[in-house]
Design a protein around this ligand. Sequence first.
Ligand code: NAP
Length: 358
Amino acid sequence: MKVLAILYRGGAAAKEEPRLLGTLENELGLRQYLESQGHEFLVSDDKEGANSFFEKHIADAEVLITTPFHPGYLTAELFKKAKNLKICITAGVGSDHIDLNAAVEHQVQVLEVSGSNVVSVAEHVMMNILLLVRNFVPAHEMIERGDWQVSDIARNAFDLEGKVIGTIGAGRIGYRVLQRLVPFNPKELVYYDYAALPEQAAKAVGARRIEDLKDFVSQCDVITVNAPLHEGTRNLINAELLSHFKKGAWLVNTARGAICDKDAVAAALKSGQLRGYAGDVWDVQPAPRDHVWRKMKNPLGGGNGMVPHYSGTTLDAQARYAAGTKQILDNYLKNKDQEPGNIIIGIGKYATKAYGQR
Ligand code: NAP
Protein backbone atom coordinates (compact mmCIF):
# COMPACT_ATOMS: atom_id res chain seq x y z
CA MET A 1 0.00 0.00 0.00
CA LYS A 2 1.30 3.45 -0.89
CA VAL A 3 0.78 6.17 1.73
CA LEU A 4 1.46 9.75 0.67
CA ALA A 5 1.87 12.51 3.26
CA ILE A 6 2.09 16.23 2.50
CA LEU A 7 3.63 18.03 5.47
CA TYR A 8 5.40 21.33 5.99
CA ARG A 9 9.18 21.58 6.14
CA GLY A 10 10.30 22.05 9.73
CA GLY A 11 14.00 22.79 9.00
CA ALA A 12 16.42 23.12 11.89
CA ALA A 13 13.60 23.44 14.42
CA ALA A 14 12.24 20.01 13.48
CA LYS A 15 15.68 18.41 13.92
CA GLU A 16 16.13 20.00 17.32
CA GLU A 17 12.56 19.41 18.50
CA PRO A 18 11.28 15.89 17.76
CA ARG A 19 7.87 16.82 19.17
CA LEU A 20 7.31 18.85 15.97
CA LEU A 21 5.58 15.74 14.69
CA GLY A 22 3.57 17.43 11.95
CA THR A 23 6.70 18.22 9.89
CA LEU A 24 8.28 16.64 6.86
CA GLU A 25 11.25 15.65 9.01
CA ASN A 26 9.33 13.94 11.81
CA GLU A 27 6.64 12.41 9.59
CA LEU A 28 3.90 12.25 12.25
CA GLY A 29 5.97 9.45 13.82
CA LEU A 30 4.54 7.01 11.26
CA ARG A 31 7.50 5.68 9.26
CA GLN A 32 8.46 2.71 11.39
CA TYR A 33 4.83 1.80 11.99
CA LEU A 34 4.04 1.75 8.26
CA GLU A 35 7.27 0.27 6.91
CA SER A 36 7.32 -2.53 9.47
CA GLN A 37 4.06 -3.67 7.89
CA GLY A 38 5.53 -3.53 4.39
CA HIS A 39 3.84 -0.31 3.29
CA GLU A 40 5.48 2.37 1.19
CA PHE A 41 5.53 5.79 2.92
CA LEU A 42 6.28 8.90 0.86
CA VAL A 43 6.51 12.32 2.47
CA SER A 44 7.00 15.72 0.87
CA ASP A 45 6.19 19.41 1.20
CA ASP A 46 6.15 19.87 -2.60
CA LYS A 47 2.47 20.34 -3.35
CA GLU A 48 1.85 23.02 -5.98
CA GLY A 49 1.49 22.45 -9.69
CA ALA A 50 1.34 19.62 -12.18
CA ASN A 51 4.99 18.60 -11.66
CA SER A 52 4.84 18.58 -7.88
CA PHE A 53 5.58 15.50 -5.79
CA PHE A 54 1.96 15.64 -4.61
CA GLU A 55 0.43 15.53 -8.09
CA LYS A 56 2.87 12.86 -9.26
CA HIS A 57 2.26 10.44 -6.39
CA ILE A 58 -1.46 11.03 -5.85
CA ALA A 59 -1.89 9.03 -9.08
CA ASP A 60 -1.35 5.69 -7.33
CA ALA A 61 -1.47 6.43 -3.57
CA GLU A 62 -4.09 4.57 -1.56
CA VAL A 63 -3.88 6.84 1.47
CA LEU A 64 -3.33 10.61 1.56
CA ILE A 65 -2.35 12.30 4.80
CA THR A 66 -2.16 16.07 4.91
CA THR A 67 -2.51 18.85 7.44
CA PRO A 68 -4.52 22.08 7.27
CA PHE A 69 -1.29 23.94 8.07
CA HIS A 70 0.35 23.06 4.74
CA PRO A 71 -2.53 21.60 2.79
CA GLY A 72 -2.25 19.49 -0.32
CA TYR A 73 -5.24 20.88 -2.25
CA LEU A 74 -7.09 17.83 -3.58
CA THR A 75 -9.32 19.30 -6.28
CA ALA A 76 -12.05 17.60 -8.32
CA GLU A 77 -9.55 17.55 -11.23
CA LEU A 78 -6.94 15.72 -9.13
CA PHE A 79 -9.50 13.23 -7.88
CA LYS A 80 -9.88 12.05 -11.48
CA LYS A 81 -6.15 11.21 -11.55
CA ALA A 82 -6.16 9.55 -8.11
CA LYS A 83 -7.27 6.17 -9.36
CA ASN A 84 -6.14 4.19 -6.34
CA LEU A 85 -7.13 6.60 -3.56
CA LYS A 86 -9.34 5.16 -0.80
CA ILE A 87 -8.91 7.42 2.20
CA CYS A 88 -7.78 10.97 3.00
CA ILE A 89 -6.74 11.70 6.56
CA THR A 90 -6.45 15.25 7.83
CA ALA A 91 -3.91 15.39 10.64
CA GLY A 92 -5.82 18.10 12.49
CA VAL A 93 -9.28 19.63 12.04
CA GLY A 94 -10.82 21.15 8.88
CA SER A 95 -10.82 19.26 5.56
CA ASP A 96 -11.79 22.12 3.24
CA HIS A 97 -8.57 21.57 1.22
CA ILE A 98 -10.31 18.48 -0.17
CA ASP A 99 -13.14 18.78 -2.68
CA LEU A 100 -15.68 16.93 -0.54
CA ASN A 101 -18.29 16.53 -3.29
CA ALA A 102 -15.64 14.87 -5.46
CA ALA A 103 -14.69 12.61 -2.54
CA VAL A 104 -18.31 11.46 -2.33
CA GLU A 105 -18.44 10.91 -6.08
CA HIS A 106 -15.18 8.90 -6.13
CA GLN A 107 -16.10 6.92 -2.99
CA VAL A 108 -13.04 8.21 -1.12
CA GLN A 109 -13.42 8.49 2.66
CA VAL A 110 -12.31 11.68 4.40
CA LEU A 111 -11.47 11.58 8.09
CA GLU A 112 -9.97 14.09 10.47
CA VAL A 113 -8.79 13.98 14.08
CA SER A 114 -11.79 15.81 15.49
CA GLY A 115 -11.25 17.62 18.74
CA SER A 116 -7.45 17.16 18.58
CA ASN A 117 -6.65 20.87 18.66
CA VAL A 118 -9.87 22.56 19.74
CA VAL A 119 -8.47 23.70 23.10
CA SER A 120 -5.32 24.97 21.37
CA VAL A 121 -7.42 27.10 19.00
CA ALA A 122 -9.83 28.30 21.71
CA GLU A 123 -6.84 29.53 23.75
CA HIS A 124 -5.46 31.32 20.69
CA VAL A 125 -8.85 32.99 20.13
CA MET A 126 -8.79 34.25 23.72
CA MET A 127 -5.28 35.61 23.18
CA ASN A 128 -6.35 37.29 19.92
CA ILE A 129 -9.40 38.92 21.48
CA LEU A 130 -7.31 40.27 24.33
CA LEU A 131 -4.43 41.48 22.21
CA LEU A 132 -6.80 43.42 19.94
CA VAL A 133 -8.98 44.90 22.66
CA ARG A 134 -5.94 45.83 24.81
CA ASN A 135 -4.02 47.18 21.75
CA PHE A 136 -1.08 44.95 22.64
CA VAL A 137 0.86 44.63 19.37
CA PRO A 138 1.62 48.37 18.83
CA ALA A 139 2.46 48.68 22.52
CA HIS A 140 5.09 45.95 22.23
CA GLU A 141 6.43 47.34 18.95
CA MET A 142 6.84 50.72 20.65
CA ILE A 143 8.96 49.10 23.37
CA GLU A 144 11.14 47.33 20.78
CA ARG A 145 11.67 50.65 18.96
CA GLY A 146 12.93 52.17 22.19
CA ASP A 147 10.00 54.61 22.52
CA TRP A 148 7.64 55.27 25.45
CA GLN A 149 4.45 57.21 24.76
CA VAL A 150 1.63 55.69 26.83
CA SER A 151 -1.12 57.91 25.41
CA ASP A 152 -0.49 56.70 21.85
CA ILE A 153 -1.39 53.20 23.00
CA ALA A 154 -4.01 53.93 25.67
CA ARG A 155 -6.12 55.99 23.25
CA ASN A 156 -7.09 52.74 21.55
CA ALA A 157 -7.06 50.27 24.47
CA PHE A 158 -10.20 49.00 26.20
CA ASP A 159 -11.41 46.46 28.76
CA LEU A 160 -13.06 43.25 27.61
CA GLU A 161 -15.41 43.40 30.57
CA GLY A 162 -18.78 44.84 29.60
CA LYS A 163 -18.51 44.04 25.89
CA VAL A 164 -20.91 42.01 23.74
CA ILE A 165 -18.96 39.08 22.35
CA GLY A 166 -20.25 36.68 19.72
CA THR A 167 -19.15 33.54 17.92
CA ILE A 168 -20.11 32.51 14.41
CA GLY A 169 -20.25 28.76 14.93
CA ALA A 170 -20.79 27.33 18.39
CA GLY A 171 -19.31 23.88 17.89
CA ARG A 172 -16.31 22.38 19.63
CA ILE A 173 -14.10 25.49 19.38
CA GLY A 174 -16.83 28.15 19.49
CA TYR A 175 -18.33 26.67 22.63
CA ARG A 176 -14.93 26.40 24.33
CA VAL A 177 -14.35 30.08 23.55
CA LEU A 178 -17.70 30.97 25.14
CA GLN A 179 -16.72 28.97 28.24
CA ARG A 180 -13.40 30.81 28.49
CA LEU A 181 -15.07 34.22 28.08
CA VAL A 182 -17.47 33.81 31.01
CA PRO A 183 -14.99 34.91 33.73
CA PHE A 184 -14.31 38.16 31.86
CA ASN A 185 -17.82 39.42 32.75
CA PRO A 186 -18.96 40.35 29.25
CA LYS A 187 -22.12 42.39 28.87
CA GLU A 188 -23.51 39.48 26.89
CA LEU A 189 -22.36 36.36 25.05
CA VAL A 190 -24.18 35.61 21.79
CA TYR A 191 -23.83 33.06 19.01
CA TYR A 192 -24.88 32.49 15.42
CA ASP A 193 -25.11 28.87 14.28
CA TYR A 194 -27.40 26.67 12.18
CA ALA A 195 -28.62 24.92 15.29
CA ALA A 196 -29.31 26.06 18.82
CA LEU A 197 -27.01 24.81 21.54
CA PRO A 198 -28.61 22.26 23.84
CA GLU A 199 -30.47 24.19 26.54
CA GLN A 200 -28.12 23.09 29.33
CA ALA A 201 -25.02 24.04 27.32
CA ALA A 202 -26.40 27.49 26.46
CA LYS A 203 -27.41 28.07 30.07
CA ALA A 204 -23.99 27.05 31.39
CA VAL A 205 -22.35 29.93 29.50
CA GLY A 206 -25.35 32.26 29.46
CA ALA A 207 -25.26 32.56 25.66
CA ARG A 208 -28.15 33.88 23.56
CA ARG A 209 -28.67 32.70 20.00
CA ILE A 210 -29.27 35.33 17.29
CA GLU A 211 -30.71 33.78 14.15
CA ASP A 212 -30.16 36.60 11.67
CA LEU A 213 -26.52 37.19 10.74
CA LYS A 214 -26.81 40.95 10.11
CA ASP A 215 -28.67 41.36 13.37
CA PHE A 216 -25.95 39.30 15.08
CA VAL A 217 -22.99 41.30 13.75
CA SER A 218 -24.71 44.62 14.49
CA GLN A 219 -24.93 43.74 18.19
CA CYS A 220 -21.35 42.54 18.78
CA ASP A 221 -18.31 44.49 19.93
CA VAL A 222 -16.14 41.41 19.33
CA ILE A 223 -16.80 38.63 16.82
CA THR A 224 -14.90 35.34 16.61
CA VAL A 225 -15.33 32.99 13.64
CA ASN A 226 -15.45 29.30 14.49
CA ALA A 227 -17.34 27.72 11.58
CA PRO A 228 -15.92 25.44 8.90
CA LEU A 229 -15.21 26.66 5.38
CA HIS A 230 -17.81 25.40 2.91
CA GLU A 231 -19.97 26.83 0.11
CA GLY A 232 -22.15 28.56 2.73
CA THR A 233 -19.29 30.27 4.56
CA ARG A 234 -16.85 31.14 1.74
CA ASN A 235 -16.66 34.97 1.60
CA LEU A 236 -19.35 35.17 4.28
CA ILE A 237 -17.67 38.21 5.81
CA ASN A 238 -17.62 40.59 2.85
CA ALA A 239 -17.98 44.36 2.37
CA GLU A 240 -21.75 44.19 2.66
CA LEU A 241 -21.77 42.27 5.92
CA LEU A 242 -18.93 44.39 7.33
CA SER A 243 -21.10 47.48 6.79
CA HIS A 244 -23.53 46.01 9.35
CA PHE A 245 -20.81 45.55 12.00
CA LYS A 246 -20.73 47.98 14.91
CA LYS A 247 -18.32 50.78 14.01
CA GLY A 248 -14.94 49.90 15.52
CA ALA A 249 -15.67 46.22 16.24
CA TRP A 250 -12.89 43.65 16.60
CA LEU A 251 -12.89 40.52 14.42
CA VAL A 252 -10.96 37.32 15.14
CA ASN A 253 -10.81 34.52 12.58
CA THR A 254 -8.93 31.33 13.37
CA ALA A 255 -11.34 29.19 11.31
CA ARG A 256 -10.36 29.64 7.65
CA GLY A 257 -9.05 32.68 5.77
CA ALA A 258 -11.43 32.32 2.83
CA ILE A 259 -14.44 32.88 5.13
CA CYS A 260 -13.45 36.57 4.94
CA ASP A 261 -13.02 38.70 1.83
CA LYS A 262 -9.39 39.74 2.31
CA ASP A 263 -9.64 43.10 0.56
CA ALA A 264 -12.91 44.00 2.29
CA VAL A 265 -11.34 43.26 5.68
CA ALA A 266 -8.24 45.33 4.89
CA ALA A 267 -10.45 48.23 3.71
CA ALA A 268 -12.67 48.01 6.81
CA LEU A 269 -9.58 48.11 9.05
CA LYS A 270 -8.15 51.07 7.15
CA SER A 271 -11.39 53.03 7.42
CA GLY A 272 -11.87 52.23 11.11
CA GLN A 273 -15.05 50.26 10.48
CA LEU A 274 -13.07 47.43 12.08
CA ARG A 275 -10.76 48.42 14.95
CA GLY A 276 -8.85 45.18 14.70
CA TYR A 277 -8.47 41.88 12.88
CA ALA A 278 -6.50 38.89 14.15
CA GLY A 279 -6.09 35.25 13.34
CA ASP A 280 -3.77 32.67 11.85
CA VAL A 281 -5.60 31.47 8.74
CA TRP A 282 -5.16 32.80 5.20
CA ASP A 283 -6.98 32.28 1.91
CA VAL A 284 -3.83 30.61 0.46
CA GLN A 285 -1.16 28.96 2.58
CA PRO A 286 1.69 29.76 2.74
CA ALA A 287 0.44 33.35 2.34
CA PRO A 288 2.29 35.30 -0.37
CA ARG A 289 4.83 37.84 0.87
CA ASP A 290 2.69 40.72 -0.38
CA HIS A 291 -0.60 39.49 1.14
CA VAL A 292 -2.55 42.57 2.24
CA TRP A 293 -3.22 41.07 5.69
CA ARG A 294 0.48 41.06 6.59
CA LYS A 295 0.73 44.83 7.01
CA MET A 296 -2.80 46.23 7.15
CA LYS A 297 -3.46 48.66 10.01
CA ASN A 298 -6.26 50.71 11.56
CA PRO A 299 -6.08 54.52 11.39
CA LEU A 300 -4.14 54.59 14.69
CA GLY A 301 -1.44 52.27 13.37
CA GLY A 302 -2.51 49.05 15.09
CA GLY A 303 -5.23 46.43 15.05
CA ASN A 304 -3.34 43.67 13.22
CA GLY A 305 -2.82 40.39 15.08
CA MET A 306 -2.05 38.13 12.12
CA VAL A 307 0.39 35.20 12.50
CA PRO A 308 1.14 32.10 10.40
CA HIS A 309 -1.25 29.19 10.74
CA TYR A 310 -0.18 27.66 14.05
CA SER A 311 -2.96 28.02 16.61
CA GLY A 312 -3.92 24.37 16.24
CA THR A 313 -0.37 23.05 16.00
CA THR A 314 1.08 23.58 19.45
CA LEU A 315 3.34 20.74 20.57
CA ASP A 316 0.49 19.46 22.73
CA ALA A 317 -1.86 19.46 19.73
CA GLN A 318 0.72 17.74 17.49
CA ALA A 319 0.99 14.84 19.93
CA ARG A 320 -2.81 14.46 19.82
CA TYR A 321 -3.28 14.72 16.07
CA ALA A 322 -0.30 12.43 15.33
CA ALA A 323 -1.75 9.79 17.66
CA GLY A 324 -5.20 10.30 16.14
CA THR A 325 -3.85 9.93 12.60
CA LYS A 326 -2.16 6.66 13.54
CA GLN A 327 -5.38 5.40 15.09
CA ILE A 328 -7.38 6.21 11.94
CA LEU A 329 -4.74 4.44 9.81
CA ASP A 330 -4.77 1.46 12.13
CA ASN A 331 -8.57 1.21 11.97
CA TYR A 332 -8.39 1.42 8.17
CA LEU A 333 -5.72 -1.27 7.91
CA LYS A 334 -7.55 -3.60 10.30
CA ASN A 335 -10.93 -2.87 8.73
CA LYS A 336 -12.28 -1.60 12.07
CA ASP A 337 -15.02 1.00 12.51
CA GLN A 338 -13.81 4.60 12.69
CA GLU A 339 -14.81 7.01 15.48
CA PRO A 340 -18.07 8.53 14.16
CA GLY A 341 -16.97 12.05 15.16
CA ASN A 342 -13.88 11.74 12.92
CA ILE A 343 -15.79 10.90 9.74
CA ILE A 344 -16.34 13.83 7.39
CA ILE A 345 -17.09 11.73 4.30
CA GLY A 346 -18.01 8.06 4.60
CA ILE A 347 -17.91 5.81 1.55
CA GLY A 348 -20.02 7.71 -0.97
CA LYS A 349 -21.81 9.94 1.55
CA TYR A 350 -21.50 12.93 3.87
CA ALA A 351 -21.40 12.02 7.55
CA THR A 352 -23.95 13.54 9.84
CA LYS A 353 -22.71 14.60 13.24
CA ALA A 354 -24.98 14.62 16.23
CA TYR A 355 -24.22 17.44 18.68
CA GLY A 356 -23.40 14.93 21.39
CA GLN A 357 -20.46 13.67 19.32
CA ARG A 358 -18.67 17.00 19.32
P1 NAP B 1 -17.31 21.90 14.80
O1 NAP B 1 -17.32 21.28 16.15
O2 NAP B 1 -17.84 21.13 13.65
O3 NAP B 1 -18.11 23.30 14.94
C1 NAP B 1 -18.38 24.13 13.84
C2 NAP B 1 -19.75 24.76 14.08
O4 NAP B 1 -20.00 25.72 13.05
C3 NAP B 1 -20.87 23.72 14.01
O5 NAP B 1 -21.78 23.96 15.06
C4 NAP B 1 -21.47 24.00 12.65
O6 NAP B 1 -22.84 23.62 12.55
C5 NAP B 1 -21.34 25.51 12.60
N1 NAP B 1 -21.55 26.06 11.27
C6 NAP B 1 -21.38 25.50 10.05
N2 NAP B 1 -21.69 26.37 9.09
C7 NAP B 1 -22.08 27.53 9.71
C8 NAP B 1 -22.53 28.78 9.25
N3 NAP B 1 -22.69 29.04 7.94
N4 NAP B 1 -22.84 29.71 10.17
C9 NAP B 1 -22.75 29.47 11.49
N5 NAP B 1 -22.32 28.28 11.98
C10 NAP B 1 -21.98 27.33 11.10
O7 NAP B 1 -15.84 22.36 14.39
P2 NAP B 1 -14.66 22.89 15.33
O8 NAP B 1 -13.84 21.76 15.82
O9 NAP B 1 -15.22 23.85 16.32
O10 NAP B 1 -13.78 23.66 14.27
C11 NAP B 1 -14.32 24.76 13.54
C12 NAP B 1 -13.36 25.14 12.43
O11 NAP B 1 -12.19 25.71 12.97
C13 NAP B 1 -12.84 23.96 11.59
O12 NAP B 1 -13.77 23.58 10.57
C14 NAP B 1 -11.56 24.51 11.03
O13 NAP B 1 -11.81 25.14 9.78
C15 NAP B 1 -11.13 25.53 12.05
N6 NAP B 1 -9.92 25.12 12.79
C16 NAP B 1 -8.81 25.91 12.71
C17 NAP B 1 -7.65 25.52 13.37
C18 NAP B 1 -6.41 26.37 13.34
O14 NAP B 1 -5.33 25.88 13.62
N7 NAP B 1 -6.52 27.66 13.04
C19 NAP B 1 -7.61 24.31 14.07
C20 NAP B 1 -8.77 23.56 14.16
C21 NAP B 1 -9.92 23.95 13.50
P3 NAP B 1 -23.18 22.14 11.92
O15 NAP B 1 -22.44 21.13 12.73
O16 NAP B 1 -24.67 22.07 12.03
O17 NAP B 1 -22.70 22.18 10.49
